[in-house]
Design a binder for this molecule. Structure first.
Ligand code: SER
Length: 575
């Protein structure tokens, strides 16, 4: 069965039982600064699980694209993914354990025809003031499951909240006991290094969790666990894992959605998947996750979501280089749409420029420490995982927390150093930011020529990765307008126009046709920068000497900032 078929069957099954199919949330949640990514189906539904009324009713179903970076080290085995879809159904104070357990059993055994004798059940053994879940056990027995197939586990396994066990939950966090279903792969033999006896939560790979029914009825208070206004059900099941169970194949990377990666990987590297499973799985997982992130408008960068994307692409690039013996910009392109391909190729190219030098530098290091690992990141763009992998192979470990501390120390330093510069919208004076600074003038003038003279710069912010530009305009830009602006800017860049500064009074500058919309900031004498005879603008600099130094640019995002103000992001296009 294909992934699409399993998803559709699940959604239809619960729709037929009164559930409303809701639109999944974006991978990057807007207005939620507490988390980088949507990592479970319940995350966007937290207010409703806490008691708010959901506009679509009390029974909901969806398939939620999710990213979990905590599992990144596990990726490469037969079952872990960074990006996956989570099937979910919810009862917001409507049905409870009886219906949920009956329905999920019916869906697995009749909807998907999973063999009953391969399914195993786990329930909460009690603890932290919450009783052992005998109620669920009774329901499972009524369904026809023998006691020998039902296992009790403590909160570490059969309690769900976004932060773990009841003790780990912060005040106001919601959670509850779970009952999970596991699928048994008979072809995997138990390995005693994981314990004397095999059982559903054993890590040997024989059992796979395919569904988690959370009975979401608790909220942490300062006095311990309190009750939520409603008795809710929060079910989550990894879609890709379910497809694995349906096909009775213990390798997640052999389901349909990975075929577009594994086949081309074998062809490109001349190596077989069977001999290089771990590396190929990492490339496939990371690149599939990167594709999803780029489609959500994340661009590679040094912060937050952008940094995760950068790590994924670069780690995949290193694995690819190991597999293939060299690295080319198109090696990770697969069958992406143009937009995704461009972002991935540009990042590979950027990384490739420093990769060899970085690897040589690494060879010189006898003993790695957190400071050196940070320097490798800082100078050559090596994400921590890559440095870790190379030195772990040598038995050397890097402490993640100490590495993060180095990162923080550095951020603090650059914040202090750049403190004064932010006023001009510039984060530092590196070559890249200087190039973007000149590009700002070209962009400003081009926007005025394409959209009209009402366009006035409202603000800008430049980092070495991108230029952000805010301007007055009340409508969303059409694709055609974006293209025209881009072309106009790039045409001036290609012409290698000279950039010249003249010092004069504000009045002289404005009289000579220079743009200047921040007049209150200007002193008596100002500098007016002209770019050929295309643009003239009052500005403090710094600027490149001629536009050719900028290199071609591209508008990567356009959005509304406030009423009548648009914001665009521009980055460099790889040459
Ligand atoms: N919230 C639970 C999970 O993520 C079930 O949806 O596993």
């Amino acid at each position: 069965m294909t992934t699409d078929e399993v998803r559709e069957k699940y959604l239809k099954f619960f729709e037929a039982r009164g559930h409303k199919r809701i639109t999944p949330a974006p991978l990057v949640l807007e207005n939620d600064p507490t988390t980088l990514f949507t990592s479970s189906g319940m995350q966007p539904l937290v207010p409703y699980l806490m008691g708010e009324t959901h506009p679509e009713g009390k029974r909901l179903v969806d398939s939620q694209p999710s990213i979990r970076t905590v599992d990144i080290e596990e990726v490469g085995d037969n079952r872990h993914l960074t990006y996956f879809e989570m099937l979910g159904n919810w009862s917001l104070g409507d049905y409870f354990k009886e219906e949920q357990l009956n329905w999920i059993w019916e869906f697995f055994t009749e909807g998907l025809s999973l063999a009953r004798e391969k399914l195993w059940i786990t329930v909460f053994e009690g603890g932290g003031g919450v009783a052992r879940d005998e109620e669920s056990v009774e329901i499972w027995k009524k369904i026809g499951i023998g006691q020998e197939r039902i296992f009790y586990y403590p909160a570490e396994k059969n309690w769900w909240s976004r932060s773990g066990t009841p003790e780990q939950m912060p005040i106001n966090e919601i959670g509850g006991p779970t009952s999970e279903v596991f699928y048994e792969f008979e072809s995997i033999k138990h390995d005693k290094k994981f314990g004397e006896k095999c059982h559903p939560n054993c890590d040997c790979g024989r059992f796979l969790e395919i569904g988690n029914s959370v009975f979401m009825v608790y909220k942490k208070t300062k006095d311990g666990l309190g009750e939520l206004p409603n008795k809710n059900v929060d079910f989550g099941g990894g879609l890709e894992r379910l497809v694995m169970a349906v096909n009775d194949n213990p390798d997640l990377y052999q389901i349909d959605v990975f075929q577009r990666f594994i086949g081309p990987l074998e062809a490109l590297t001349g190596k077989s998947y069977d001999s290089f499973q771990r590396e190929m799985r990492i490339v496939a997982d990371h690149i599939r996750a990167s594709e999803a992130l780029v489609k959500t408008d994340v661009v590679p960068g040094n912060k937050l979501q952008g940094y995760v994307l950068r790590r994924l692409i670069r780690r995949a690039a290193v694995k690819m280089r190991n597999l293939k013996g060299n690295l080319q910009k198109t090696d990770l392109s697969f069958d992406f749409t143009d937009g995704v391909r461009q972002v991935v190729e540009e990042e590979v190219e950027r990384f490739d420029k420093t990769l060899d030098r970085g690897l040589k530098e690494m060879e010189k290091i006898k003993k790695i420490d957190e400071k050196k690992a940070f320097d490798l990141y800082q100078s050559y763009g090596f994400p921590l995982e890559i440095t870790q992998e190379i030195f772990a192979e040598k038995g050397q470990r890097i402490d993640k927390d100490k590495f993060e501390a180095e990162f923080e120390k550095h951020k603090e330093k650059s914040r202090t150093a750049a403190g004064g510069m932010f006023k001009g919208g510039l984060a530092d004076k590196s070559e890249e930011t200087t190039r973007f600074h000149t590009a700002t003038h070209l962009l400003h003038e081009s926007l005025r020529r394409v959209l009209g003279e009402h366009v006035q710069q409202k603000g800008s912010n430049i980092t070495s990765e991108r230029l952000r530009f805010d301007f007055s305009h009340s409508k969303k830009l059409t694709n055609e307008e974006i293209k025209k602006v881009e072309e106009m800017v790039n045409e001036r860049i290609t012409k290698n126009l000279p950039v010249k500064a003249e010092t004069m009074t504000v009045k002289e500058a404005l009289d000579s046709g220079a743009l200047g919309f921040f007049s209150e900031r200007y002193k008596e004498k100002v500098k007016a920068y002209s770019i050929g005879d295309f643009s003239k603008e009052i500005c403090g600099g710094p600027h490149v000497a001629a536009t050719g130094e900028i290199g071609r640019v591209r508008i990567i995002k356009e959005e509304s900032l406030a009423a009548g103000v648009r914001r665009i992001y521009v980055s460099q296009t790889a040459q």
